[in-house]
Design a protein around this ligand. Structure first.
Ligand SMILES: *[C@@H]1O[C@H](CO)[C@@H](O)[C@H](O)[C@H]1NC(C)=O
Ligand SMILES: *[C@@H]1O[C@H](CO)[C@@H](O)[C@H](O)[C@H]1NC(C)=O
Length: 250
């Protein structure tokens, strides 16, 4: 047998010596991949959000757009307040919302839904969004609501599709709702609601699964500015419900 040419020997030796480094890099990449929160089944997270910071930048790009904010405050204002008022009156007539409810609108932009709540008589109502819009909307990220546990009787949101971490979005609503409190969501099922959306919901089932500490009151089709489904939850009163909410947040 011919002895190996020296160059080949060096190549083999360097390949062998770099093996540990290669394995280390592979393990590190795998660990990074596994650390990324995996979305619940039935929900697709849109590609392109490499970090929470790029996600926030993209959301701010819409929320801070001066042209959009002007339209929301002028041309859109009355039309939307009227439609939201109709949705809230329907909830009042079903006794899921009352004039003394302490109410929160999650991801409220300039606060059209907060204005609607106040107009139908729910005076103790406020909104949160990444950009505040006084006096109706205070600054807050729905992945980490700036409120204590069991603060609200009622929460409304039509921005579920903007959540990068849908289970945190839901966990925060369940945390800040009082036991027996009601959450009404408008969502788009199996359609692309918005180019700024971060997730796509393929059916209501994954949403129902995420509300571990609540039960569904009803689901119905609505025409809500591109969103087609209203789903209403009630947070359970029992101790086991509280435990499962805590588990969901961990
Ligand atoms: C924000 O929007 C502007 C104009 O619409 C665009 O040029 C810019 O690249 C966007 N930035 C991000 C971070 O998406
Ligand atoms: C709630 O407030 C609205 C607006 O002020 C009023 O019209 C309505 O009668 C109130 N409902 C109840 C049950 O008091």
């Amino acid at each position: 047998m011919n002895p190996k040419p020296p160059i080949l020997k060096y190549m083999l030796a360097s390949l062998f010596l770099s093996l540990p480094l290669f394995l280390f890099l592979l393990a590190a990449a795998t660990a990074t991949f596994l650390r990324r929160p995996q979305p619940p089944p039935g929900i697709r997270i849109r590609p392109g959000y490499t970090s929470y910071e790029t996600y926030i930048q993209r959301q701010l790009n819409k929320t801070q757009n001066p042209k959009l904010r002007r339209i929301w405050r002028t041309r859109d204002w009355d039309r939307k307040v009227v439609v939201f008022s109709r949705f809230f009156r329907a909830l009042q007539s079903k006794r899921l919302l009352s004039n003394d409810s302490k109410a929160l609108c999650v991801g409220a932009r300039v606060g059209q839904e907060v204005e609607a709540l106040r107009r139908v008589g729910v005076s103790d109502s406020i909104g949160i969004d990444l950009v505040p819009s006084p006096p109706l909307v205070v600054k807050g990220d729905f992945h980490a609501q700036p409120f204590g546990d069991a603060t609200f009787d009622f929460e409304f949101s039509n921005v579920f599709d903007h959540a990068l971490y849908p289970d945190r979005f839901v966990g925060e609503i369940e945390r800040t709702l009082k036991p027996g409190g009601v959450c009404a969501l408008h969502v788009a099922v199996s359609r692309r609601p918005d180019k700024y959306s971060a997730n796509d919901l393929l059916s209501v089932a994954p949403l129902v699964n995420m509300f571990r500490g609540s039960e569904v009151v009803y689901t119905r089709k609505v025409d809500g500015f591109g969103l087609d489904t209203e789903i209403v939850f009630r947070k359970k009163n029992t101790a086991t419900a509280t435990e499962s909410v805590a588990k969901g947040l961990r």
